[in-house]
Design a protein around this ligand. Structure first.
Ligand code: FES
Length: 193
């Protein structure tokens, strides 16, 4: 009586003259198992960055800290000035000079300020303040913002990002450290508690 294999891949292939010998069923199974494993690893590798991108808004809450930007009397009413500091988001001891970052502080009155991230809202280049024209300009692609941070011209899709601030003990303090991206809403950035 002839034995009929239950798995079709176990049926030995006939040899064809002039062709290399067919692969054995066991070898075919190992190869297809390896192909499946390679595919799974590839999908996992592609999925990790996508997952990181989707979950990054949840991570933002840890990168911002309330730090002092200076005594109130160092900011003149009506003026905009650059304040540099070490980013609280750079927590590794080897970060060094790269941790140095900045924000623009605009004082509107005794108690009203605007604290702008230096990053252009197009692709993140640091913008420069030109008091003569009352404009922020981006050197990368010509983005321009008014002194209140509103978009004036060029490719940036939205106003400059602003950090929330508070005044305590005669000092201006702001929640800085968060690197704004297009995921952030255009209103004043407030870290999630
Ligand atoms: S990065 Fe500023 S205009 Fe493109």
């Amino acid at each position: 009586m002839t034995h009929i294999p239950s798995n079709p891949s176990d049926v030995p292939l006939p040899e064809m003259p002039g062709c290399p010998p067919p692969t054995s069923p066991a070898r075919r199974r190992i190869l297809s198992w390896l192909a499946g494993l390679t595919g799974t690893i590839a999908v996992a590798c592609a999925g990790v960055p996508i997952l990181g991108f989707l979950l990054s808004p949840m991570r933002n809450k840890s990168s911002s800290k309330l730090i002092s930007l200076g005594k109130l009397d160092t900011f003149a009413i009506g003026a905009t000035q650059l304040v540099t500091f070490d980013s609280p988001a750079a927590t590794q001891p080897w970060t060094g000079i790269v941790a140095r970052t900045a924000a623009y502080v605009r004082r509107l009155s005794d108690t009203e300020f605007q604290v702008f991230a230096v990053n252009c809202t197009h692709l993140g280049c640091p913008v420069s303040w030109f008091p003569q024209s009352g404009l922020f300009m981006c050197p990368c692609h010509g983005g321009v913002y008014y002194e209140n941070g509103d978009h004036a011209s060029g490719p940036p899709p939205r106003p400059l990002y602003q950090y929330s601030y508070e005044i305590t003990d005669g000092e201006l303090k702001a929640y800085v450290g968060h690197m704004p991206t297009l995921q952030d809403l255009p209103e004043v950035y407030k870290p999630k508690s």
